[in-house]
Design a protein. Structure first.
Length: 217
């Protein structure tokens, strides 16, 4: 069982410029399950699972594959036994209600083959709002405003990453502060919704990319 594929943006600045980061945003889905590339990536993941089983260490859980797509084909960047960030914030809102619980239970019960394939009918775009100075030194404890406005928006999710509550006020506590996800019928709809939501959130020194999803190659 594979979840929808996502593409993240690692560089700090628009146009994929600037230093590398943990991720400044992501879009999903980016591959059709029937595409050759999706089949190649699935085959790589299956080979890893088959190899662990052959060595007497069958794996049950989440296997996250990070890949670089080159002219010579996909190359493995990393494997994690957890979801990727910020890809997770773009992928999970695309799943049917309670689907993740069902998949986890099926994995534990060895019945994943009975689960229906996921065919998202919507698109998502996630914009990471970062502290000024990230990925280098940055200040903490800066008040965040506008969250109540964004929380009232439809088809928008705000995921907190580097925040804490201080005297009833959300303040920054990390480099990547918030992940703002918009959903839409098209990739552009999702991106515009995420951008509109991000524009309503303010904290001193904030930074986010304006071109998430627009530099796909």
């Amino acid at each position: 069982m594979t979840l929808p594929a996502a593409r993240d943006h690692k560089r700090l600045l628009d146009g994929d410029q600037g230093p590398n980061t943990g991720g400044m945003g992501a879009v999903a889905p980016v591959l059709s399950p029937s595409s050759d590339l999706h089949r190649q990536l699935t085959a790589i993941l299956q080979a890893v699972l088959d190899g662990m089983a052959a060595e007497g260490m069958p794996y049950t859980g989440i296997l996250y594959g990070g890949f670089m797509i080159t002219h010579a084909g996909p190359k493995v960047l990393e494997f994690n036994c957890r979801f990727g960030d910020p890809e997770t914030q773009a992928v999970l809102p695309l799943l049917p209600k309670n689907a993740l619980n069902d998949y986890v239970a099926a994995a534990l019960n060895k019945t994943l083959d009975r689960c229906r394939p996921i065919a998202p009918t919507t698109h998502s775009a996630t914009i990471v709002m970062a502290s000024g100075g990230y990925p280098n030194e940055y200040q903490r404890g800066i008040p965040i405003n506008g969250l109540s406005v964004v929380n009232a928006m439809t088809d928008v999710n705000v995921f907190h990453a580097g925040t804490i509550l201080k005297d009833g006020q959300h303040v920054t506590s990390g480099g990547r502060v918030l992940a703002v996800t918009g959903l839409g019928k098209t990739p552009n709809d999702a991106l515009e919704r995420a951008k509109k939501a991000a524009a309503n959130i303010e904290f001193a020194g904030q930074h986010f990319r304006k071109d998430i999803g627009q530099t796909l190659r």
